[in-house]
Design a protein around this ligand. Structure first.
Ligand code: PLP
Length: 465
């Protein structure tokens, strides 16, 4: 999150005016607060968005480096999206998904299925990413119950993973701070090593590291027994874990082990779908995977409306239909499943992506990556890694050991604070900074972003001296 700031906003932010920060401190519980803040922390007030920019409470214009939470893919203030939301709300703002349906949700499902890899043909809509992961897992439990495999329910996930903030999805999370103070459904989840090549043991090649990960997966399945494991859930690139790009070929090898053992492969594309890697879905187009389910959210509406979902294999649905229990009910649904306004804005968002933004993202991504890579010349930077329009700058205490800096240095927050002054919002993650700008960013804007980051990191090095 943005660095703490205690200044009052100067801008005019509508009806609530200048009181917003005070009101938030007294009444708003913000996400991920620390106990000492009694729920509310003073965070940077954002008043406006426009293209790749946002304006803070002091009227300062900043590049939105993380695109919100990896989600403002087509950029802020898109009139087409605002208009479609208005028009859909005026036509039909809601319908009961239990016994009625609406046209935008059906049309969007068709278009999503057209883009999805393999035999993924059906969509279940949710309200965001956590509920999408939750839905995929409940669907796995349901299918195994229907097929008489009530023991086949364990879930494999990995260190470094982030899959959400609802109870079951959060139980899959593999970053230490997700679990330090929080409980989870531990008996249901088995954790494997984070596929992070930067943290692989010294003198081990990337190829050997990949072999180790695959072997660990295979052995875990063998030891526990495939008859007890229902699903593997993995992000193609671990996003909140620090943009971890896995070793080449590793995901496909895991997919094959899953297939051989009838373990459902759930590709969590909440971050990577809808353009972040230049395609609607990255699983097939980028990684050559054909998962049993793909979860998505965020970029599906470019953050304009809370919508997510799961694309599910037609084969799985067909097996259910042919089972001995064709009347078994997948007793799962949310009030806002298939929301007409969310689906309408997603359709327009998909038009924008297909009509040039995906192509643009593919075009500028190499420049984005190579320019950011130049930051590795700074002594504080251990690695810059990424793919498409997502990247992470990881800072280290010393480059020989690549040890992360102590938490106390709050290096990510320091860089964020300096960059904020210079006109760039970055997403700090302990000793890392994540960059995932709106996909419409130009090469010139990338230059500005990298120049600010360079200066922000240099000033941080001065602080630490
Ligand atoms: N899965 C991944 C890969 C995510 O990065 C996130 C959120 O950042 C989620 C799931 C949870 O999504 P949401 O915050 O929309 O519930």
């Amino acid at each position: 999150m943005a660095a703490l700031r205690d200044t009052k906003p100067a801008g005019d932010f509508g009806r609530h005016g200048d009181d917003a920060v005070d009101l938030a401190t007294r009444h708003l519980i913000q996400p991920w607060p620390v106990a000492g803040s009694a729920g509310a922390e003073a965070r940077a007030l954002i008043g406006e968005g426009d293209g790749i920019h946002i304006t803070d409470g002091d009227g300062k214009r900043l590049i939105d480096g993380p695109a919100g939470m990896w989600c403002i893919n087509v950029g802020h203030r898109r009139e087409e999206l605002a208009r479609v939301m208005y028009e859909q709300a005026m036509q039909l703002s809601y319908n009961t998904p239990w016994y009625t349906m609406n046209a935008p949700s059906a049309e969007l499902a068709r278009r999503i299925a057209d883009h999805a890899p393999g035999d993924l043909s059906h969509v279940f809509y949710t309200t965001g990413g956590s509920s999408a992961v939750e839905t995929a897992l409940r669907f796995m439990q349901f299918t195994n119950n229907v097929r008489g495999r009530r023991e086949k329910k364990l879930i494999l996930s990995r260190g470094g993973a982030y899959h959400g903030s609802t109870y079951l999805s959060a139980s899959l999370n593999g970053r230490p701070r997700d679990r330090d103070w929080m409980d989870g459904a531990d008996g249901l989840v088995v954790k494997l090593t984070a596929p992070n090549p930067f943290r692989r043991p010294a003198r081990v090649s990337r190829k050997t590291f990949a072999d180790f990960l695959v072997e660990e997966f295979r052995q875990t399945v063998e030891e526990i027994g495939a008859e007890r494991i229902g699903a593997f859930v993995g992000e193609p690139i671990q996003a909140s874990g620090g943009v971890i790009v896995p070793p080449d070929g590793y995901l496909k090898r895991i997919r094959e082990i899953c297939r051989a053992n009838d373990i459902l492969y759930v590709s969590d594309e909440v971050v990577t779908a809808f353009g972040r890697l230049g395609h609607v879905f990255a699983s097939g187009e980028v990684f050559g995977l054909d998962p049993d389910m793909i979860t998505f959210a965020k970029g599906v509406t470019s953050g304009y409306f809370p919508l997510g979902g799961v694309v599910i294999s037609g084969r799985l649905l067909e097996e259910l239909r042919k089972s001995n229990h064709p009347d078994a009910m997948f007793a799962h649904g949310l009030t806002y499943t298939s929301h007409p306004v969310g689906c309408a804005v997603a359709l327009k968002n998909l038009d924008l992506l297909e009509d040039g933004i995906l192509a643009h993202a593919r075009e500028v991504a190499p420049y984005f990556q190579t320019q950011l890579k130049t930051l590795e010349a700074l002594p504080l930077v251990g690695e810059v890694r990424g793919m498409g329009l997502m990247a992470c700058v990881e800072c280290v205490a010393d480059r020989d050991s690549n040890n992360p800096l102590e938490l106390d240095n709050a290096v990510g927050k320091r860089i964020d604070r300096h960059c904020h002054e210079l006109g760039l919002l970055v997403r700090p993650l302990i000793n890392m900074c994540v960059m995932s700008p709106p996909l419409i960013i130009t090469c010139e804007q990338i230059d500005t972003m990298v120049a600010i980051l360079r200066e922000g990191i240099s000033r941080t090095m001065d602080d630490l001296r």
